[in-house]
Design a protein around this ligand. Structure first.
Ligand code: GDP
Length: 195
């Protein structure tokens, strides 16, 4: 998809602040530092629209980005950061859970996983929760440029086995450095959002 317009819309603390224009929403979930902001910037061809390397765990809000007046990216707070307090973690869970279960315009969740390491316990919990609720997921394994191409399949296998990936879920190899996977990911998003 050709991105002609992309803007940050709102940091929403709850349903009252979610947009009401019913455009399809594509959510992004992943642990802190996995590369979600970099992925958003790469997909939207913008250097600094999503803040990269902001203090992990600090933004406990849903960040909305409107694209081409046609869809939204909804960036979840990164999970699995040890330093956030227990109550904050619980708050994170509640807000996300409520969004994922009830948000009608939600069309697809991009579950972003670091290709370099085996998925964490939090990654596993997130993925099995998404599957439990039958939500449409696309797994994006990022930072692929940090691994030699000859080892991609080995790492991919570990991701698949650790998460027990549903064979029907697409997995896209991605790099925010090189742009690998960008076109393929846009195809999946456009399809899910019926664009
Ligand atoms: P976030 O916390 O998930 O939003 O992660 P960021 O986008 O801030 O990325 C965390 C760090 O990983 C930053 O230093 C990025 O430059 C780096 N990074 C993210 N994606 C990639 C990638 O695809 N390749 C490489 N080499 N580095 C990446």
């Amino acid at each position: 998809m050709k991105v002609t317009q992309a803007e940050f819309t709102i940091s929403a603390a709850g349903p009252k602040q979610y947009p009401e224009d019913a455009l399809p929403e594509i959510a992004l979930a992943g642990r802190s530092n996995v590369g979600k902001s970099s992925l958003i910037n790469k997909m939207l061809q913008r250097k600094n629209l999503a803040r990269t390397s902001s203090q992990p765990g600090k933004t406990q809000l849903l960040n909305y980005y409107r694209i081409n007046e046609a869809l939204y990216f909804v960036d979840f707070p990164g999970y699995g950061f040890a330093k956030v307090s227990k109550s904050l973690r619980e708050q994170w869970g509640k807000m996300i859970e409520e969004y994922l279960k009830h948000r009608e315009p939600l069309k697809l969740i991009l579950h972003v996983i670091d290709l370099r390491h085996p998925p964490s316990k939090d990654d596993q919990a997130m993925y099995s929760w998404l599957k439990h609720y039958n939500l449409p997921v696309c797994i994006v394994t990022t930072k692929a440029d940090k691994i030699p191409k000859t080892k991609w399949q080995k790492h991919l296998k570990i991701v698949k086995e650790t998460l027990e990936v549903d064979p029907r879920d697409p997995i896209i190899m991605f790099s925010s450095e090189t742009g690998l996977g960008k076109d393929e990911l846009w195809l999946h998003i456009a399809k899910a959002a019926s664009l």
